[in-house]
Design a protein around this ligand. Structure first.
Ligand SMILES: *[C@@H]1O[C@H](CO)[C@@H](O)[C@H](O)[C@H]1NC(C)=O
Ligand SMILES: *[C@@H]1O[C@H](CO)[C@@H](O)[C@H](O)[C@H]1NC(C)=O
Ligand SMILES: *[C@@H]1O[C@H](CO)[C@@H](O)[C@H](O)[C@H]1NC(C)=O
Length: 409
């Protein structure tokens, strides 16, 4: 055959193929995203929307870059320190260089490294300070005074509660990550309700910390259980890329218990490690039990609820749907405990790391996209995050709103 004949035959078959419609991924699903805020400066994780529509945001210093404040509020489209700059500015800095290696600041009167903010069913703000700050050598350990839970009245922006965690509640290499509050007075003798906190210690000392909001007593539950630990060998695939922990050496993507969410009635805590794709649950009565065999009993009561994809935060609405990211599918899923089914709810190519989800009283699911997977620790020190980070919202299905769990006497 003459070469020219071969070429013309090939061109002919290419032009024939171009005209074909090949079935392909539609890429989107569910309600359209509304953009609420774009973040051009500090990197954020958590946020919450109050009943009157105030949006509070937190910026954890987990990568070695400086932040001016770790809790802020979005006011007229601008991010400003909340409740003020002073409480966000530990004297001497967030890191304490008088120790070697440096430790995180121990200032109990200041916010050190806030990782989560939420509003409770009485529209009060809870600020979870991990007390842990990154130095150039990695996450510095905490010192007593750093890890704490602060309750604030939003009417006068005053602190009504401060619970400091000692090292039996949270070891120096613990990392308090997310919190859920149940104000049901029947839960503890103090009658002031309970906080459930995920500890996803990167050093592997994971736990669910249960805190009596009245006495401040805290106990570590399910310590190191496989259900709250990163799954061995886990590799997320996001936007067509395999994500490894990539700094001085390469290792599997490893994050322990991260997302937690209470069922609408407070009777079950749902949770998931961010180093895996599974959803778990446990009835809260087992977490509240401090009897002699409670550790063994609680581990025997863990519900394995199946795969939902990789999520960071979890959230609940008044219809008792549980929402979480499914990062590898650019989507947010909805888990229905009644049917046991996980279904995609929203899908959009802008989704890649849905960090925090927050249901507001206005009937919307708000969520943040913060590109965590593109941070330097996953790419050999190269920061592949591209500002702005984003906060979106979508309308909840079936008239869902924020859970209201009135205090039961
Ligand atoms: C932080 O402070 C620096 C120096 O004053 C300023 O340039 C920067 O805009 C501030 N960032 C925020 C988020 O306020
Ligand atoms: C720094 O560490 C020293 C030694 O542990 C301690 O005495 C001091 O209170 C710490 N200061 C802060 C602000 O963390
Ligand atoms: C680790 O990071 C380096 C630098 O960004 C990159 O070239 C390499 O591909 C990364 N390795 C993996 C397995 O992600």
């Amino acid at each position: 055959m003459k070469p020219s004949f071969v070429i013309s035959l090939t061109l002919c078959s290419i032009s024939a193929a171009v005209g074909q419609e090949i079935l392909s991924d539609p890429g989107t699903l569910g309600p359209a995203l509304e953009t609420i805020h774009l973040f051009y400066d500090q990197w954020l994780t958590g946020f919450t929307v109050s009943a009157s529509g105030h949006i509070f945001v937190n910026y954890p210093p987990v990568f070695p870059n400086s932040i001016n404040f770790t809790v802020g509020e979005i006011v007229n489209g601008r991010e400003v320190p909340y409740p003020n700059l002073e409480i966000n500015t530990p004297p001497g800095g967030r890191l304490n260089y008088s120790t070697n290696p440096p430790t995180s600041s121990n200032s109990e009167d200041h916010l050190i490294g806030v990782i989560s903010v939420i509003t409770d069913t009485e529209d009060r703000l809870w600020i979870l300070d991990s007390g842990r700050v990154a130095s150039t050598e990695g996450l510095a350990e905490t010192a007593y005074g750093g890890p704490k839970l602060i309750g604030m009245h939003l009417t006068h922006n005053t602190i009504f509660k401060k619970i400091l965690f000692d090292q039996t509640a949270v070891p120096a290499d613990g990392y308090l990550n997310d919190v859920r509050i149940d104000l049901n007075p029947a839960l503890t003798p103090s009658g002031q309700g309970v906080a459930y906190i995920s500890d996803n210690s990167p050093e592997g000392r994971t736990a669910i910390v249960v805190v009596d909001l009245g006495s401040g007593a805290a106990s570590r539950k399910l310590v190191g259980d496989p259900s709250i630990s990163s799954h061995p060998g886990f590799v997320p695939f996001i936007w067509g890329e395999a994500v490894y922990s990539n700094s001085s050496s390469i290792s599997h993507f490893s994050v322990g218990v991260d997302g937690i969410a209470l069922s609408a009635d407070g009777s079950t805590l749902y949770y998931c490690p961010a180093g895996g794709r599974s959803l778990y649950g446990i009835e809260t009565k087992y977490l509240l039990d401090n009897s002699h065999n409670s550790d063994v009993l609680s581990r025997s009561q863990i519900q394995v609820l199946g795969d939902k994809g990789l999520s960071d935060g979890l959230e609940t609405d008044s219809n008792n749907n549980i929402y979480g990211g499914n990062m590898e599918d650019n989507s947010i899923i909805k888990f229905n405990p009644k049917t046991g089914l996980v279904q995609p709810f929203v899908r959009d190519p802008r989704l890649s790391w849905t960090d925090t989800l927050s249901v507001a009283t206005d009937g919307y699911l708000y969520f943040t996209e913060n590109q965590l997977w593109r941070a330097p620790i996953y790419w050999g020190g190269i920061d592949r995050r591209v500002k702005p980070y984003a906060m979106f919202r979508v309308k909840l299905p079936d008239g869902g709103v924020k859970v209201s769990r009135p205090r039961r006497e």
